[in-house]
Design a protein around this ligand. Structure first.
Ligand code: TYD
Length: 135
């Protein structure tokens, strides 16, 4: 298993007119929520991700459609399929992730603990492995 990463079941408020899933920082997810972004209009067959973060914590949710997240801690890889809006994948720092197999119309919602800083990214896999071996 991938150290510290886990699928979190979120609450679902259901009635005959549909569902609502509220998410509170530090309550429903184990970090403060500073930023929200979403990926959409991903062309068929396209992959995204391909990086790790040094400090950023994220919850990744399939708000619509489905996709797979390949997590890699430098030793083990694990593929998590997300396809329900009331489940989120908690991804901790120093985990390499690839986002693959997007269904058409998929919306990948990210709740993130910090603002965007390019300096927080590790974008070279070889650098990622070097850092993991030093930790
Ligand atoms: P990136 O995180 O590499 O995308 P993905 O992991 O989905 O493939 O970001 C792609 C580009 O978008 C990159 O140039 C940085 C920019 N970006 C922002 O400016 N702000 C943001 O909050 C995010 C997530 C990305």
């Amino acid at each position: 298993t991938i150290y510290n990463c886990s699928v979190i079941e979120l609450s679902k408020i259901h009635n005959r007119a549909g569902n609502i899933t509220p998410v509170h920082g530090n309550i429903d997810v184990p970090f403060h929520i500073e930023r929200v972004y979403y990926l959409y209009d991903v062309p068929s067959g396209e992959t995204r991700g391909g990086h790790a973060h040094k400090e950023l914590h994220q919850l990744i949710v399939a708000a619509s459609g489905s996709f797979d997240v390949v997590l890699d801690d430098g030793k083990n890889k694990r593929t998590i399929s997300l396809n329900r809006p009331n489940y989120g994948l908690y991804v901790t720092p120093y985990i390499w992730r690839e986002l693959v197999n997007f269904s058409s119309g998929a919306v990948l919602l990210v709740l993130a603990s910090m603002k965007y800083h390019e300096s927080d990214y590790i974008r070279e896999y070889s650098e990622f492995l070097n850092i993991k071996n030093e930790l």
